[in-house]
Design a protein around this ligand. Structure first.
Ligand code: BES
Ligand code: MN
Ligand code: ZN
Length: 604
């Protein structure tokens, strides 16, 4: 059963009079609170709910979901619930009442003297490496596991690929039908298992329990190398993220709950009396952040606009039980600060801009660092008067930076890192066209006083970010700032769809981001902040233009942003245009883990 946050309750908490300490509403009341409509009598149908109503019986209560009224923008976005499947710590007997048993196996060590010239496929596979519990089990099952490895031959590679699985061997044991499958753990590691391998195994677990339709309880047998909190946390994050399914805009049979019948998956780790419950929980908390990121990126623009994103941020603060506060600046507050670049972009849309600011403060202890995380929050990018001629339908993902930032905030609100105060800033708006929209050649003045000649209205992200950066740097006084945005098609051309680009002049910041990227699996690559290209941003009429040459467009975008952060302040621009989206599965959740882990490390 899906659970929804009751809108009536949410609204009552949102009202300034009942403001909890967790949540400080500033002068923005006008723009957000008044846009909130009365709660409908019933919000949503749950899965398998009432059958489709005929047109004569259709009423508000039976509408499967509500998007908008003709004249009013949608003011809230649903969140997908956590998966119903429980990942738990098992024991030696856990496989007894399971109906699917996954047995983890490392690949046999490679023969040292194997001829380097020989193709991978031609190398003889070593015998299957069954140890401990797996070996006992194989003996009890009369060699079934070994047989599975043989049967699945080359594809399974005796476990050589982390996350590879065999077909299932079926047996009836004590009157109960059971399936056994082998789960590849990759080559037997000399060092501790790396985080990415742990994640591959978590994802494989999620897809296996989904593909074996009738099972209710799964048990996973893992060797002693998995007896480690951080490995189990990574496994758990990937497992829970792998069960994400976006059902918010589906009805009836289209609703797809992954691993629907599965109740529990228990992890039994060899020679380990360890309790990994809290590692599993931390993994789930990170996955909740990733899910938030996906929810924001996947939501279409008629549902997620600047107002509904602001309300999403408020709900995030409310659900944080006091560790996150939310402040929203409306149009007037932004105007008072002279945020002409941001407001210039926002002008073309009927939905008013919302500058969203979430603050995380640990409940106790000394704060060692105050950091700022800025995200590009274009809820849709038509290009404006320089209208897009390609890929416009993908531009709901132009809030991918904001999504990563809020996803990280959600994870942080559960994980509660110490020693760090984090400010999450998103200047939310949409790049649309009306008679008020900016036209190419307009000159805008940003809040640091710099004038910008808009030579292309489609280079709008950097305009909104300019004011968001000045706010984070000067008004909030953050000591170091990272910023994530789906900023340029050029970055996608350079790095493809799996890797984000990182621009910073600060080597320590570059190093910390690189390390975090490696452990979270959100891949990154440092790019040059090539000052020699800065002359491309010279304007005939203003201080700077928003458009560089065609080549190296991702670099000139980074150079532009740098103009809006104090010179010596550690600052990194992260272009995530490529990895936010997967053509097959949609939002990837990219960036949430990276930002959350970066924040945690800042407090160490
Ligand atoms: N949001 C886009 C960047 C983008 C484009 C991301 C395509 C993913 C796919 C950004 O606002 C944009 O339009 N950038 C322009 C900049 C250009 C006009 C200097 C681009 O990359 O084409
Ligand atoms: Mn654009
Ligand atoms: Zn854009």
């Amino acid at each position: 059963m899906r659970t929804y946050f009751p809108r009536a309750l949410l609204l009552s908490i949102l009202r300034p009079s009942s403001c909890a300490s967790a949540f400080s509403l500033t002068t923005s009341k006008s723009s957000v609170a008044t846009s909130v409509s009365p709660a409908p009598s019933l919000l949503r149908l749950s899965r398998g709910g009432a059958s489709a109503p005929s047109s004569t019986t259709l009423n508000m209560a039976e509408r499967p979901f509500q998007t908008w009224t003709f004249d009013k923008a949608c003011d809230s976005m649903d969140w997908n619930p956590d998966s119903h499947v429980k990942l738990i710590v098992g024991n030696d007997n856990s496989s007894e009442d399971a109906d699917l048993i996954l047995v983890g196996v490392f690949a046999p060590p490679k023969e040292e003297d194997a001829d380097e010239e020989e193709g991978e496929e031609e190398k003889e596979l070593g015998p299957l490496l069954l140890e401990g519990k797996a070996m006992e089990l194989d003996e009890r099952l009369g060699g079934l596991l070994k047989e599975l490895a043989v049967e699945n031959g080359k594809e399974f590679k005796n476990g050589g690929e982390a996350g590879g699985v065999t077909t299932a061997g079926r047996v009836v044991d004590g009157g109960k039908a059971k399936r056994y499958i082998l789960l590849g753990l990759g080559p037997q590691p000399k060092d501790p298992i790396d985080p990415v391998t742990a994640m591959k195994i978590g994802s494989a677990l999620a897809s296996s329990i989904h593909s074996h339709k009738s099972i209710t309880k799964a048990s996973v047998i893992l060797p002693s190398q998995f007896a480690d909190d951080s490995i189990i946390q990574n496994l758990s994050t990937a497992f829970h993220s792998g069960l994400y399914s976006d059902n918010r805009y589906r009805t009836g049979k289209k609703v797809e709950v992954l691993a629907e019948k599965v109740e529990t998956v228990s992890l039994s780790i060899a020679n380990s009396g360890g309790d990994y419950t809290s590692a599993i929980q931390s993994g789930l908390n990170l996955a909740r952040g990733v899910s938030m990121t996906k929810d924001i990126v996947n939501a279409p623009h008629n549902i997620l606009n600047s107002i509904s994103l602001a309300n999403t941020a408020k709900r995030l603060a409310i659900e944080s039980h006091g560790c996150i506060t939310c402040e929203i600046l409306g149009k007037d507050e932004c105007e008072a600060r002279g945020m002409g670049a941001y407001l210039g972009v926002a002008r073309g849309s009927e939905t008013e801009p919302q500058l969203i600011h979430l603050t995380y403060k640990p409940k106790s202890g000394e704060i060692k660092k105050k950091v700022g995380i800025v995200g590009k929050g274009l809820l849709f990018d038509t290009g404006g008067y320089n209208i897009k001629t390609a890929m416009m339908e993908l531009m709901k993902f132009d809030c991918g930076g904001a999504a990563a930032v809020f996803g990280a905030a959600r994870a942080v609100s559960h994980l509660k890192p110490e020693g760090v105060e984090a400010h999450f800033v998103v200047a939310a708006c949409s790049n649309m066209i009306n008679s008020k929209a900016v036209v190419p050649s307009d000159v805008l003045t940003a809040s640091n006083g710099k004038t910008i000649e808009v030579l292309n209205t489609d280079a709008e992200g950097r305009l909104t970010l300019a004011d968001a950066l000045v706010y984070t740097d000067k008004e909030l006084g953050c000591e170091s700032i990272i910023e994530l945005s789906t900023l340029t098609g050029a970055c996608m051309i350079s790095l493809g769809t799996k890797i984000c680009g990182v621009w910073t002049e600060n080597d320590d910041l570059a190093k910390s981001l690189e390390e975090v990227s490696k452990v979270t699996g959100d891949k990154s690559w440092r790019m040059p902040m090539a000052q020699e290209y800065k002359e491309q941003l010279k304007s005939k009429i203003a201080d700077i233009t928003n458009l560089g040459d065609r080549y190296g467009g991702a670099i000139t975008a980074a150079l532009f942003l740098q103009e809006f952060v104090s010179k010596k302040k550690p600052f990194a621009h992260i272009d995530i245009a490529g990895p936010v989206w997967d053509t097959k599965s949609g939002a990837t959740g990219f960036g949430a883990k990276m930002v959350a882990e970066w924040i945690r490390r800042q407090g160490e």
